[in-house]
Design a protein around this ligand. Sequence first.
Ligand code: FUB
Length: 319
Amino acid sequence: MKKITTLASALALCSSAAIAKNPLFDDVFTADPAALVHNDTVYLYTGHDEAPNNDRFFEMHDWLVFSSTDMVNWKKHGPIMKATDFKWATGDAWASHMVEKDGTFYFYTTVRHNDEKSGFAIGVATSQSPTGPFKDAIGHALVTNDMTTHTPNDWDDIDPAIFIEENGDAYMFFGNLMPKYVKLKDNMVELDGEIKTIDVPNFTEALWVHKKDDNYYLSYACEFPEKICYAMSKSIEGPWEYKGILNEIAGNSETNHQSIIEFKGQSYFIYHTGAVPPKDGEPSGGRFRRSVAIDPLYYNEDGTLKRVIMTTEGVQAVK
Ligand code: FUB
């Protein structure tokens, strides 16, 4: 047996014995995960926190993508685009969502619009590859702040989440303080009809929609600091029945933002925390320096969701 002679060697032994996988990355700050399963691979899209400390506000310029075939080993592909690649945007690369339809990858994302339509807006970019490069698909925003008037703040049209029905009908869910959704046209880059609101309690932001069997699940960040709550429905258009808290406040982060996928028979809950410890004299993770984590998601027999158990071990590698 190895003799432990110093504190350093004791710590080294501890860290080699542990299977600490959450947060996933400690060399880059990642937030607002949105995962896509495509061709036996999981593509994990994230925002990129670059705030120098946790005192001020988000500093987010671009979006990153990572890929994995086993949920444990992640390949870094680098940025897929930056906020100012939308010529009408001034920055703030906030939460996004990627979907694939008929071989084209559609990246819906939150940015700050220039003064022509001040406030946050939703843009859409496309690529023929899940790792990009992505280009603005329409040359203007898909949703601008003046298109909705439910809340007075100028960041109420953020955090797009797309759901595509089996018949190809696509819907975009989005919003802050007021949850909203709108149908998309077949071309995926135009709205098809009016923007409607959703009635669920304690809504803050970060909508995500997924379906299992004949149940639709609407999960979202609730209250502040944020937990993740969820509601269920038999229809993409609701009504949604509130089911409670899915995940508690995540360590050292006021925000939370979830992505839910099924990959090779296992369901996953992907979220962010502020849990990266200080490193090399740098400030630690925190509310503006967040990091993505993954834990398993389990269903009850009646289709409701078991509350997520956040771990530092993370998930087992998929064979
Ligand atoms: O990352 C910036 C914003 O914080 C996101 O758009 C929200 O969902 C929250 O995570």
